[in-house]
Design a protein around this ligand. Structure first.
Ligand code: IPM
Ligand code: MG
Length: 370
């Protein structure tokens, strides 16, 4: 077979896989209000991961003390999702680690390193796919500027769906972007439901449908279809380029509430939003599916911080926010609120300069405030 035929053959296989994926999308939801025992898996990750997770575990131990003793909550350390083990096993998520993960209901995960280029897929992307975590929810708020945004990023499709499996021909490389009806409908439904139940009146759909006509065109059309079931919510459309500008436009940015968008745009704009809030170290991120959910910091494993010997200043704020989201997800809203309040009240900030403290001292203060 010549190179073009080989590429077409591999494209055909990818399309078939995608059709099968849609067939297997199921929607049996875990009901945490009635589940007698909930298992929380803890994954350290790479780089600063184990350091910030150490602080997150101290906080979890205190908040869930009674429930861990009574057995309504089981907390489980999941080993082996490290870059060393993944490279050795040549698997983004080694099989035995994935088995462990699937025994849990929810996960709190430190950042994992994604090697640039090469064949190794990101552990995040693999977990989102394996556990079908289709909604990436990222809240950003700045009280004194009246900013209260929640991003609903589609988390399993778009440019990420085939990850490291693009096609190469001589002098050419091709990646794929896939948008499905079902995949779009379920993220749109999640965003509108959130808006409806949290007093939000406006939802902004963000795409680049003027250029990505098929995929983003479908995304927009289906979001508008879903919108018909939510007459109380005003819907508007933006292209990702101008939306990126809008977030730094102080005249209008406080008017945005819920933002719904495909995977890659969501990835990029949520880093921007987190930076506006005070840095990527300050935002939490939820990856939610019907059966499983995974909560994590929005930032990466920050190997540079460790190389510079500054690991004590790794900021646990982002993973603690993710922890609060996890608690709310498993219907422990009172505990989530205690943590969020403590974080709001805490006068300390993690920072290497004179105005800041270490991650451990910051967490000591949070534990005092709980
Ligand atoms: C994120 C991260 C991931 C992504 C990386 C680590 C694969 O940037 O969660 O936003 O691109 O989704
Ligand atoms: Mg990102």
């Amino acid at each position: 077979m010549n190179e073009l035929d080989l590429a077409c053959e591999s494209f055909r296989k990818l399309l078939q896989e995608q059709m099968q994926r849609v067939e297997h999308m199921n929607s049996d939801k875990t009901d945490f209000t009635s589940k007698p025992c909930i298992t929380i898996g803890l994954i350290d990750g790479d780089g600063i991961g184990p350091l910030i997770m150490k602080q997150a575990k101290r906080v979890m131990g205190k908040l869930l003390d009674d429930e861990i003793s009574s057995g309504t909550i089981v907390v489980k350390d999941i080993e082996g999702l490290t870059i060393e083990n993944r490279l050795q096993k040549k698997q983004a998520v080694p099989t035995e680690v994935l088995e462990q993960i699937k025994t849990c209901d929810v996960l709190l995960k430190g950042p994992t390193t994604t090697p640039m280029g090469g064949k190794m897929e990101s552990a995040n992307v693999a977990l989102r796919r394996e556990l079908d975590l289709y909604a990436n929810v990222r809240p950003v708020s700045i009280q004194d500027q009246n900013i209260d945004w929640v991003f609903y990023r589609e988390n399993t499709e778009g440019e990420y769906v085939l990850g490291s499996r693009g096609v190469e021909l001589p002098g050419m490389a091709v990646d794929f972007k896939v948008t499905t009806d079902l995949g779009t409908r379920r993220i749109a439904r999640a965003a509108f439901e959130y808006a409806k139940h949290n007093g939000k009146t406006r939802l902004s759909i963000v795409t680049k449908a003027n250029i990505m006509k098929k995929t983003d065109g479908k995304f927009t059309a289906i979001c508008h279809e879903v919108a018909k079931d939510y007459p109380g919510i005003t819907v508007d459309d933006w292209y990702i380029d101008i939306m990126t500008a809008n977030l730094v436009n102080e005249q209008i940015r406080d008017q945005f509430q819920v933002v719904l968008l495909p995977n890659l745009y969501g990835d990029i704009i949520t880093d921007e939003a987190a930076q506006i809030q005070g840095g990527v170290g300050t935002a939490g991120s939820a990856n939610i599916g019907d059966r499983f959910a995974m909560f994590e910091a929005i930032h990466g494993s920050a190997p540079r911080l460790i190389e510079q010997g500054l690991q004590d200043y790794a900021n646990p704020a982002s993973i603690l926010k993710a922890e609060a989201m996890l608690l709310r997800h498993i219907c422990r809203a009172d505990k989530a609120e205690r943590l969020e309040k403590a974080m709001q009240q805490c006068p300390l900030m993690v920072s290497v300069d004179d105005s800041g403290v270490t991650g451990e001292s910051y967490t000591d203060a949070i534990l005092q405030l709980l």
